[in-house]
Ligand binder design. Structure first.
Ligand code: URP
Ligand code: ZN
Ligand code: ZN
Length: 459
């Protein structure tokens, strides 16, 4: 099937041109002005609209057994929500815990997505322990096309690894050429602070942030950087939330450590006062690292504008009101996570580009191109070029709306960004040339998404 997207303003990193994009058999085959196409080609008029490469969310949780419950989305609901928001590829954290077998876990995560996702997807494989069989299992997983790992320095006794396991994972990753993503918080300090606060009768969601202060994240980030330096591996700090941790990462980068940084939508737009709201309203805004003091946001936006923060993901992780109430007697039992997969691009465009915090070039880079480059998807994904997959977002900058849980497609009964203004939305979203979304509605093929196989590149 052939598709012509006519006369839009194509935005890629370093270039903006008015042109047509022609797609045959899932791939972009021509870009130019006034392209002549066969009469049976589907034609979409993009006059007055922006045309972006399909956006990539490098950090989502879809299937996630965590904190005595399960995140709410399936690949069916999560991928449709992603597509409506302009995300055409996501990378899910495959997260077996310490008691699970890694290879069985990997197969389980794959089986949850297989034939279900409406957008393309890949996995970061979590390494949650390092035992005799770990090396051979990870080699098998990398050979299967999953060329990135995830480690958690937090979540002691569940996902968390100790320093020895972190060293072994990074040392193997260096040999395999695999990038390692990391949740950087000091697990021991979090556990001690949680006990101390609870002993003082401090049980509400407002105590979540004080139990994992900025220094605890900065320590984790600095330690991860030191281990990267020692092993020579390439690392990627996920959901970096505050100035102190940013300093730790950038200071390491300055001395030559191969360290990349992701921030996520909640830390850019929400601050700790949301988690300080009484009762379940506060619980809805509990994630880790926690929402921070507001002054951190300006620092994160600045670093994002400069490209010092590489990417913006969501850490999409939906738990509904009832699940959040598991922590009504103690903040340590509130399932951690804030969803955002559907709103990332519209909120970044509105509160980033339109408010003058980042330019369009950075939007495309941080929300698509750089993730593709770091995670072995470029140039198949992350750009608009002849030969690339025809994942395209025709973006209507005249749309006006507000974020609203009632109309969302994410499987959840609230939205952490409720009421925020939106000044733009995708009018057309394609996955490999197939129109999956038109004017905010999913009109495409469920189960169209493929698992993307990636080669190691970080030697
Ligand atoms: O609070 C969060 N971030 N929940 C999901 C698990 C994780 O740490 O990424
Ligand atoms: Zn995390
Ligand atoms: Zn996460």
């Amino acid at each position: 099937m052939a598709l012509l997207i006519r006369n839009g303003e194509i935005v890629t990193v370093g270039a903006r041109v008015q042109a047509d994009v022609y797609v045959e058999n899932e791939t972009i085959t021509r870009i130019g002005r006034d392209l002549q196409v066969p009469p049976n080609a589907e034609i979409i008029d993009a006059t007055g609209k922006l045309v972006f490469p399909g956006f990539i969310d490098p950090h989502v949780h879809i299937y996630l057994p965590f904190m005595a419950t399960f995140a709410k989305d399936t690949h069916e609901t999560g991928s449709i929500a992603a597509l409506i928001g302009g995300t055409t590829t996501y990378i899910e954290m495959a997260c077996p815990n310490r008691n699970d077998d890694a290879l069985e876990g990997y197969q389980l995560w794959k089986s949850k997505a297989d034939g279900k996702s409406a957008c393309d997807y890949a996995f970061h494989m979590s390494v949650t322990k390092f035992v005799k069989e770990t090396e051979s299992q990870l080699r098998e997983i990398v050979a299967d096309g999953t060329a990135s790992f995830k480690i958690f320095l937090a979540y002691k006794n569940f996902f968390g690894v100790d320093d020895g396991e972190m060293y072994q994972t990074l040392e193997l990753a260096k040999r395999l050429g695999v990038i390692v993503t990391a949740h950087c918080e000091n697990a021991e300090l979090v556990a001690r602070l949680q006990q101390k606060l609870l002993a003082e009768g401090k049980t509400g969601p407002e105590w979540h942030e004080p139990s994992r202060p900025e220094s605890v994240e900065a320590e984790g980030t600095g330690r991860f950087a030191t281990f990267l330096e020692t092993t020579g591996a390439t690392g990627y700090v996920v959901h970096l939330s505050c100035e102190k941790a940013l300093h730790a990462a950038l200071e390491a980068r300055l001395r030559g450590v191969k360290i990349h940084v992701e921030s996520v939508l909640p830390h850019l737009l929400l601050d700790k006062s949301y988690a300080e709201r009484p009762g379940v309203e506060g619980m809805k805004h509990v994630m880790s690292p926690p929402l921070r003091a507001k002054q951190n946001q300006a620092v994160l936006w600045k670093a994002l504008a400069l490209g010092s923060i590489d990417t913006v993901g969501t850490d999409h992780c939906p738990f509904d009101t009832e699940q959040k109430l598991l922590g009504k007697n103690s903040f340590v039992n509130i399932p951690n996570g804030i969803p955002g997969i559907e709103d990332r691009i519209n909120l970044l465009y509105t509160h980033g580009v339109k408010r003058g915090r980042i330019d369009l070039d950075r939007l495309v880079d941080a929300a698509s191109t750089r993730a593709a480059e770091l995670f072995g998807l470029f140039p198949r994904k992350g750009t608009i070029a002849v030969g690339s997959d025809a994942d395209l977002v025709v973006y209507d900058t005249s749309y006006r709306g507000v974020v609203c849980a009632k109309s969302q497609h994410v499987n959840n009964d609230y939205n952490g960004f409720e009421g925020m203004e939106i000044e733009g939305r995708p009018s057309i979203v394609t996955v490999r040339g197939k129109v999956q979304v038109r004017d905010g509605k999913f009109i495409g093929e469920r189960g169209l998404g493929k698992m993307l196989k990636r080669e190691p590149a970080h030697f």
